[in-house]
Ligand binder design. Structure first.
Ligand code: ADP
Ligand code: ZN
Length: 718
């Protein structure tokens, strides 16, 4: 500890981060005082750091217990990239490798040892551990995925039960238990089974504020929407499907549409699965289409979106699966497609379960899932409420908060629907009722003589989807019932009759046509994007040379900072979050060289932080642009001539305008556009371009607005 003035310094030195995430600091301080801990943090909360940093600051070896070999390897690789002495022992190693690693541990060279519980507790290993304790000391046991110890969790592993032995054998070594899921019951189990002593219990909020949640109805355009989501989002994504068959179908379709995609499900051989997984983690492919078999123990922090093509069985699974997006804290998107057909499939599967009690629980969980998907409240409020956490709503990061659905009076439609259920003698499901209402010529309808009913064809004015939406809402609001025998026959209840007798009105939340774009990429981001691509390519090249995943070199967030700040030397580079001492040495020069080359090429003034250019004199590069402009060349022509992007020229020109140089705006923006833009600026004031653009609409370009704003600003300064 002594060599660092404070914990922040140690954090920066080893991991390159500037700040602790919520909770990390308190936990680390406690861990340094040898306290036991139960740490419950959501995926991506930054659990690992809670034992990794203390491991480096304490004497001796920290032993990390982790259930999955793949995960171990991944964590050790990541640590080594930060120059940290970590290793693992598991069944993938030969005896020679094991011996040399054991030697390294005994010589005190290793700070973190990862291993699986079955090995840890084996007859052969415990004596080795005794030796370690004697020679170098064991500083801490860190039990990752600690919920595995509980039969009440979703992931029980009997081996974890024996972990108690450790406590008995080494009563003075503190234990940190970590998990991302724990109900009260599981929590109690962890404390008891691991024999934690007066543990500090740290339970973080499960709110993942960088995730955007949305639910869409799965209509005919679902595939097109998925394609659009995939195309408009940068970076990796996971698409979950309910069955292997759907995985295969969707993979094929996406391949045909030239999307970089691979699949994963239990039908593939072990070898194929692990190959596909690595391909995805190393960014050799962008999209993983998978069943829920995929994801356990995947540490990939830069997954930018998770799409659920089919509804998951329960909200907890949904939270975990969608939570694989954005572990690095960067904005990411979670999209769920809801279709009543899928719900039926799951209901059918549930009805096949032998145990009626299990069926009951599964149905209830599915119901909660549907409530979430159909709900009109803030998605976070619903999700977190499920985990017993209160969230006030208005999160601005879910579809319901961004695009609140207007509530409409559908009493008349509800009366039509319910009386149709009555006329069909409460013996049919939703599809049939909708067919009758819409006057379908379906054979089944004529067979039953339902084309003779008074309700036949009275609902042609609404689409099938609209009728289904109404029916779901009626079910949801308890104004209609549905049998749970797998046939989902619609039944009336006393409330239904109240509606039909006009004693009760029916309001439903009607989805509005959703804007599909989000964030929309600010102009600054667009400028940084070209450099970002080159930095990504460099990162990928280095990662391939070292056979590791690109995120282990630098996280996306760090690349973004590079593209934005454009550091020109090692000192500037070292200040970026994510650049620790080791990575600075290893990769600093390589990345700086790329950045400098880009800046020169783009004619960007080298702007070191202590010498800001003097504002009112045009730079050389701006003057060159001005010259060509005055010769009458268009923006495109100047860009081509100077071999830079048109936006760069626009920026030169607008800066030139602000610097009172003779730029001829008449050549660049039509007069009426100029007038309109000025008008808006007069009304809204000097604000960012995006809201101005939103106000003006699509026939105005950012470039025009930027240029006219330049003129307006310059006039204002007179
Ligand atoms: P968990 O195990 O809780 O899912 P991780 O420990 O894998 O989370 O951390 C998630 C990501 O956040 C990792 O990429 C990690 O490097 C990063 N991270 C952890 N702590 C910080 C921090 N203080 N600042 C920035 N990034 C962090
Ligand atoms: Zn919300």
């Amino acid at each position: 500890m002594s060599q660092y003035a404070n914990l922040e310094q140690a954090l920066k030195y080893y991991f390159g981060y500037d700040k602790f995430r919520p909770g990390q600091r308190q936990i680390i301080e406690g861990a340094l005082q040898d306290r036991d801990f139960l740490i419950v943090m959501p995926t991506g909360g930054g659990k690992s750091l809670c034992f990794q940093l203390p491991a480096l600051l304490k004497k001796g070896l920290t032993v990390v217990v982790s259930p999955l070999i793949a995960l171990m390897q991944d964590q050790v690789d990541s640590l080594r990239k930060n120059g940290i002495a970590a290793t693992f022992l598991n069944s993938s190693l030969n005896s020679y490798e094991v011996r040399s690693r054991e030697q390294a541990i005994l010589s005190g060279k290793v700070k973190l040892l990862y291993t699986a519980p079955e090995r840890l507790l084996s007859e052969k290993f415990l004596p080795f551990l005794d030796l370690v304790q004697h020679e170098v000391g064991i500083s801490t046991f860190a039990i990752d995925e600690a919920h595995c110890v509980s039969e009440w969790g979703h992931d029980f592993r009997p081996e974890y039960r024996q972990m108690r032995t450790l406590r008995k054998r080494y009563p003075n070594v503190p234990t940190l238990a970590l998990t991302a899921t724990a109900t009260d019951r599981v929590r109690g189990d962890i404390i008891e089974q691991l024999g934690l002593k007066e543990p500090n219990i740290h339970i973080a909020s499960f709110n993942r504020d960088n995730l955007y949640y949305e639910v869409r109805n799965k209509t005919k355009t679902a595939y097109a929407e998925i394609l659009q989501l995939v195309r408009e989002t940068e970076g990796s994504g996971i698409i979950y499907c309910l069955t292997r068959k759907k995985v295969d179908e969707l993979t094929l379709k996406l391949q045909q549409d030239k999307v970089s995609v691979i699949s994963y499900h239990a039908g593939l051989s072990d070898e194929e699965r692990s190959k596909n997984q690595t391909t995805f983690i190393r960014d050799d492919v962008r999209i993983m289409v998978a069943t829920v078999a995929f994801g356990m123990g995947i540490n990939k922090p830069d997954v930018r979106f998770v799409i659920h093509h089919d509804i998951p069985r329960n909200l907890e699974s949904y939270y975990q699966e969608s939570g694989r997006a954005g572990r690095d804290g960067e904005p990411s998107r979670c999209t769920l497609f809801l279709s009543f057909g899928d719900v039926k499939t799951i209901e059918y599967l549930i009805s096949q379960k032998p145990d009626p009690q299990e069926q009951l629980i599964a149905r209830q969980q599915l119901r909660q899932m549907i409530d979430y998907a159909e709900g009109t409240d803030c998605r976070r409020t619903i999700q977190l409420g499920y985990f017993g956490e209160r969230f006030p709503g208005n999160c601005a990061g879910c579809d319901n908060c961004r695009f609140p659905k207007p509530v409409q009076d559908w009493t008349i439609e509800a009366m039509k629907f319910l009386s149709c259920v009555a006329r069909c003698k409460e013996k049919f499901g939703m599809g049939h009722i909708v067919d009758v209402l819409r006057g379908s010529k379906n054979q089944r309808i004529t067979d039953y003589g339902h084309d003779k009913l008074s309700t036949y064809g009275i609902g042609k004015d609404r689409t099938v989807d609209e009728w289904r939406m109404l029916a779901r809402s009626l079910l949801h609001q308890g104004l209609l019932e549905q049998t749970a025998d797998g046939y989902s026959v619609l039944k009336l209840n006393p409330h239904s009759w109240e509606v039909m007798r006009r004693l009760r009105t029916v309001s439903i939340a009607v989805p509005v046509a959703q804007k599909i774009t989000w964030e929309g990429g600010s102009e600054k981001a667009a400028e940084a994007e070209m450099l970002m691509q080159r930095l990504r390519a460099l990162r990928k090249k280095i990662a391939d040379e070292q056979s590791v995943a690109p995120y282990m070199i630098f996280l996306d967030s760090t690349l973004k900072l590079m593209a934005e700040i454009k550091p020109q030397n090692l000192t500037e580079f070292s200040k970026l979050s994510g650049v620790g001492s080791n990575k600075l040495q290893q990769y600093g020069e390589l990345f700086i060289t790329k950045i400098r080359a880009y800046c020169q090429e783009q004619g960007l003034v080298e702007q070191s932080s202590n010498s800001k250019p003097i504002l009112n004199l045009p730079s050389d590069t701006e003057l060159m642009t001005l010259q060509l402009h005055q010769q009458g060349l268009s923006i495109q022509e100047i860009a081509r001539r100077r071999n830079v992007r048109p936006t760069t020229i626009i920026r030169h020109l607008s800066d030139l305008i602000e610097k009172k140089q003779a730029v001829d705006i008449q050549k660049l923006v039509p007069l009426e556009h100029q007038q309109k833009i000025i008008q808006v600026l007069e009304t809204l004031g000097d604000i960012a371009l995006t809201p101005i653009k939103e106000y003006l609409g699509d026939s105005y370009s950012f470039d025009e607005i930027r240029l006219v704003r330049g003129i307006w600003r310059q006039k204002g300064r007179k």
